[in-house]
Design a protein around this ligand. Structure first.
Ligand code: F6P
Length: 548
């Protein structure tokens, strides 16, 4: 059954939220904390190894009630069932959205076109496990009889970002295999990677859901040509495997059927790391850790499916985005992990969130008359504090920020971890409280300045505060807790899409540029082509062709 398609701004709850917004928008977080001693407890959700404190947001318990009423009025519950049960909720592409089935237990049953997809999922998992074990143990030998030392994932977008982020985030758990990622069609990217590689000991994993992506096929072809300079054609089967839905094209590329790890079209690229797209994760970390990642995600799926909305981490998190985006007119959200391991996390979420919810036509095919989507950005703390935090603290934009921290560090250096986490705690406090004129003056008084000097400096040193943050405090970075965290953001994306009445699982917006690039490539390689461009593009092309 199709998803309901209601313009959220026409609901009763939206109107109540508007009135509520007007009554609380000017409240300062500092004041709401001092008027309610129980606020922090009331607005914190503890679930398994996650402690999620929503209390430093510009909300009251009534805000949560009204946002939940909005979700109910828009039938979020019904939509969640359709999502998990394999309904065709990606209606514009005529597909189900079933990344959740990839991490469901073996005895689950999820039907697509009348067929339970779980047995096939487990067949592919077994293939991933067997292949991983044989490569990691050294049983799988390259063409010249040497064990594999390096794995290169060739893919882009969802066929790169998820595996690359997870392998980097969980590098503490890595085995001896060196893992590399080639994504950009920029030839310098693959050249830099292969220059350190020995073809005799390298395994190439070509990942492309469609197997039509220009970047991936160009990189795969160039890398294969480089490989064939040292080894014969028969060596390809020992060194190249592929992950795709497009078995015919993979075979046409020259990869044996036995070396193909299939995936299904009901797995969206940006949600595909749980499928065979995660092969590089399994190779880099070992299958057991890959399985734990999936288990963690499944636990978050269960939390999301079964928990009341007012205690449901992805639901509250998504509704807060709606609150800031549509009532406070916030345009972006920052994601700041206080661990260097999650260095690539914001980049990964940029695709997940912005490719999904960057839409301006609703599920009825009408142009929306409200804001959708959020701009996602971020970098690990404390580095980001020394880069862009100034703007979050004292700039003119409201930037709700997720702070992700861990109770335990992996290598266990307590001194460093306490320093790191003191910054994690201090930043959210500083963003909330700011610094008043009185506080600044009393600080300046201790600095032997004249009255005039103090008055001059005063306005620059005041921090308004009242900047919203959510603190996620997780016990430890493990494959399982990372699985939970990623799944949390996946469900957040889903809930936002339901509320905004948009289709989150297509990505037609990336097509136009691809089409134009194809025809411009013809012009760059064929001097006789004279296409019709605007004057700016025409000049740029002429300048490039003349000077290249
Ligand atoms: O950028 C568009 C996109 O289709 C993404 O959604 C996808 O993750 C990426 O390209 C790569 O696609 P494929 O896995 O088919 O090569």
């Amino acid at each position: 059954m199709a998803l309901k398609a209601t313009n959220p701004t026409t609901t009763k709850a939206w109107k109540q939220l508007q009135a509520h917004f007007e009554s609380i928008a000017s409240q300062h977080l500092k004041d709401v904390f001092s008027s309610d001693a129980e606020r922090a407890n009331k607005l914190t959700v503890q679930w398994e190894d996650f402690y999620v404190d929503f209390s430093k947001n510009r909300i009251t318990t009534e805000t949560i009630d009204l946002l939940v009423a909005l979700a109910n009025e828009l039938d979020l519950k019904g939509a969640i069932s359709k999502y998990f049960e394999g309904d065709v909720i990606n209606a514009t592409e005529g597909r189900a959205v079933l990344h959740t089935a990839l991490r469901a237990p073996k005895d689950a049953a999820v039907f697509v076109d009348g067929e339970n997809v779980i047995p096939e999922i487990y067949e592919v998992k077994q293939k991933i496990e067997a292949f991983t074990n044989s490569v990691v143990s050294g049983k799988h030998k390259g063409f010249t009889g040497k064990a594999i030392t390096d794995v290169v994932n060739i893919g882009i977008g969802g066929s790169d970002l998820g595996p690359a982020m997870v392998v980097d985030s969980l590098q503490y758990y890595k085995n001896h295999l060196n893992t590399h990622f080639v994504s950009n069609v920029d030839g310098d990217h693959y050249q830099e990677v292969i220059k350190t590689l020995n073809p005799e000991t390298t395994l190439f994993v070509i990942v492309s859901k469609t197997f039509t992506t220009q970047e991936t096929l160009s990189n795969a072809n160039s890398i294969r040509a480089w490989f064939l300079k040292s080894l014969p054609q028969e060596a390809v089967s020992k060194h190249f495997v592929a992950v795709s839905t497009n078995i015919k094209s993979v075979k046409a590329f020259g990869i044996d059927e036995a070396n193909i790890f299939p995936m299904k079209d009901w797995v969206g690229g940006r949600f595909s790391l749980w499928s065979a797209v995660g092969l590089s994760i399994s190779l880099a970390l070992g299958y057991k850790h890959f399985e734990s990642l999936l288990e963690g995600a499944h636990q978050m799926d269960e939390h999301f499916k079964t928990t009341d909305f007012n205690q449901n981490i992805p639901v509250i998190s998504a509704l807060l985005t709606v609150w800031y985006n549509n009532f406070f007119n916030a345009e972006s959200e920052a994601i700041i992990p206080y661990t260097q391991y999650l260095n690539q996390f914001a980049t990964y979420l940029q695709q997940g969130i912005m490719e999904s919810n960057g839409k301006s036509v609703d599920r009825n095919g009408n142009k929306v008359n409200y804001q959708t989507g959020t701009i996602i950005w971020g970098e690990p703390g404390t580095n980001s504090q020394h880069a862009f935090f100034q703007l979050i603290h004292q700039g003119t934009k409201l930037i709700p920020t997720d702070f992700i921290g861990y109770v335990e560090s992996l290598h266990g250096n307590k001194d460093h971890h306490n320093k790191l986490m003191s910054n994690y705690f201090a930043q959210t406090e500083a963003l909330m409280n700011g610094k008043t004129e009185e506080e600044v003056l009393s600080e300046l008084k201790g600095q032997s300045l004249s009255q005039e000097e103090m008055s001059k400096l005063l306005p620059f040193k005041v921090f308004e505060g009242n900047k919203p943050t959510t603190s996620l405090l997780i016990q430890k970075l493990t494959p399982k807790s990372l699985g939970k965290l990623i799944a949390m953001y996946e469900h957040k994306i889903f809930v936002q899409g339901i509320v905004w009445n948009i289709y989150s699982y297509d990505q037609f917006g990336v097509e136009l540029g691809k089409q134009l690039a194809k025809s411009i490539l013809n012009e760059l390689t064929d001097v006789s082509t004279d296409a019709n461009h605007d004057a700016s593009t025409q000049n740029l092309l002429a300048f490039y062709k003349k000077n290249c």
